[in-house]
Design a binder for this molecule. Structure first.
Ligand code: SF4
Ligand code: SF4
Length: 268
């Protein structure tokens, strides 16, 4: 049973973060994809809670009008829950934020931690991201959730990172940095075990080991980008599973057997 997908709505980004595996693999390119067809397929398929993340391979707020159109298209489906993640550098209006609130979209801001730590990989954007986070809080009355990537420097400064996030009182998804600057799954799990003693953390279930869960590749989640479907955002350099127009009933027939406590991609 598939219960979540991620969709890259635009494949473009205004940043070039040093650890971005989409840039690393030269994957941020602009190929139009029929997102309405994907959403139609989800509406036909979803008969219980189904999560759509408008994330991955790009910055969704660069195309807010598109995002709005897609959210309006699925608003009549009671089972679909949505979230998006922004790099926090794109100014959005109070009207846009109100729209996201009305549509109960969980908005996550990518923020790696205190200024130096964030800036080292995320193009010196700390100040503007913090400014937009405060604006979001002013408009909504609450902080957004956060998405922080955990690399070697985070491990070395574990308690400084924890102390940075504590005052927000918001939920944080810590994701494991992969690629040439990455850390091992064991290092990541050690970090999570300590961080969850002090912070509200979102841990994946059957989803992805990069977020503290089990690997859902080829089982319950898929990633749509560049007119194709992949097992996940990290699997974009493997052959695509199918075209993005494929029905979810077809995708459901796929089965991969491996130890889901570990990352499928890394087990190849
Ligand atoms: S904001 Fe996201 S998609 Fe853009 S470069 Fe950074 S990690 Fe990559
Ligand atoms: S293959 Fe790896 S990165 Fe992809 S969902 Fe599984 S654990 Fe996550």
């Amino acid at each position: 049973m598939i219960d979540r997908i991620c969709i890259s709505i635009n494949n473009k980004c205004n940043l070039k973060c040093t650890y971005c595996h989409f840039h690393e693999k030269d994957f941020v390119k602009n190929e139009d994809m029929d997102v309405i067809k994907i959403l139609t397929n989800v509406k036909e398929y979803a008969k219980r809670t189904f999560k759509i993340g408008f994330v991955g391979n790009g910055e969704p707020f660069l195309d807010f009008k598109l995002l709005r159109k897609y959210l309006e298209y699925i608003e009549d489906n009671e089972f679909i829950k949505t979230y998006t993640i922004t790099n926090g550098t794109i100014p959005i209006t109070p009207k846009d934020i109100e729209f996201l609130e009305e549509h109960r979209v969980n908005v996550g801001f990518s923020l790696d931690g205190y200024k130096d730590l964030h800036n080292v990989n995320r193009c010196n954007t700390f100040d503007v991201v913090m400014e937009n986070i405060e604006k979001y809080k002013t408009f909504t009355g609450h902080y957004p959730t956060f998405n922080a990537t955990v690399g070697k420097k985070t491990l070395e400064n574990l308690h400084r990172v924890i102390d940075f996030f504590k005052p927000f009182g918001a939920k944080i998804t810590f994701s494991r940095m992969i690629g040439f600057k990455g850390i091992t799954l064991e290092e990541y799990r050690m970090f999570i075990n300590e961080a969850e003693k002090h912070l509200q953390i979102r841990k994946g279930l059957l989803d992805c080991t990069m977020y503290g869960g089990k690997c859902g590749a080829g089982k319950n989640n898929y990633f749509f980008t560049n007119k194709k479907v992949y097992y996940c955002g990290n699997c974009i350099d493997l052959s695509p599973v199918d075209d993005s127009s494929v029905s979810l009933f077809e995708l459901e027939k796929i089965s991969l057997n491996f130890n889901r406590d570990y990352c499928y991609k890394e087990s190849l």
